[in-house]
Design a protein. Sequence first.
Length: 310
Amino acid sequence: MSGPVFDNLRLPAIAAPMFLVSGPDLVVEISRSGIVGTFPALNPRTTPMLGDWIDEISERLAQEKNAAPYGINLVVHHSNSRLEADLELIVDRKVPFVITSLGAAADVVRAVHGYGGKVFHDVINLRHAQKAVEAGVDGIIAVCAGAGGHAGLMSPFALVPEIRKIFDGQIALSGAISTGAQIASARLLGADMAYLGTRFIATKEATASAGYKAMICETTAADIVYTPNISGVAANFLRPSIEAAGLDPENLPPRKEMDMSDERKAWKDLWSAGQGVGSIDDLPAAADLCERLRDEYRAAMGRASSDPFL
């Protein structure tokens, strides 16, 4: 466990990039509060729109004296037709932080390192972590059981120590983390940072629908369905949203039979969340949530701790 890797970080946490949920307002409010705010490159519908988002976020954060950096998630997979153009734009704008998914690409890492940016890669097992290490990433995100979106099945107590054996860089832990005490637990387990997604869906600035946010506040871990049939890759979804679409969560047909060829349709109508929903019951402003998380973290770690975030 090490100290801060990002400038102006006031809590060892990253707000995960959430498809169709993370927008400029959410990213700015999180980063200005001392947590790393991120969004998927594919949330803006086109590469020129991505440039507009980057410019807006950069300009707004430049007005803040102590803002944490922001980041962008790139899907590094042959199915992403925008990868080359989006990466070129990210390099041109010198985006400070990039998260890669569905492939650890050394050329992407080299491109971001070329201007001084940092790259983290998300993994669900040790094999993927080894590929990330070989690609030269600065950090690895251990996406463990119970995480929202595309998630793995490994316990953090198994995956984090395994990754640490082969990697001395930053490790961020993902999976059902919704409180400051849970961020502290991630640090005590040996991770450097926590990675929170679902908790930030239920905030005022998130671009999720009102119904989606309400469902986050009303459900528990028992309402999470883990399936590859919706997006093509195993992911966690809210059972009530599947039922509302007229589907049987226990007997989902293959993805090709559900007219899910448009990736946006899958995530827009069938809502993703992690098992941490049971800890979420309110809809605060993102800045207020960040302050609460910091207070909870300090209380959990204890004043006598040598932790640099206290």
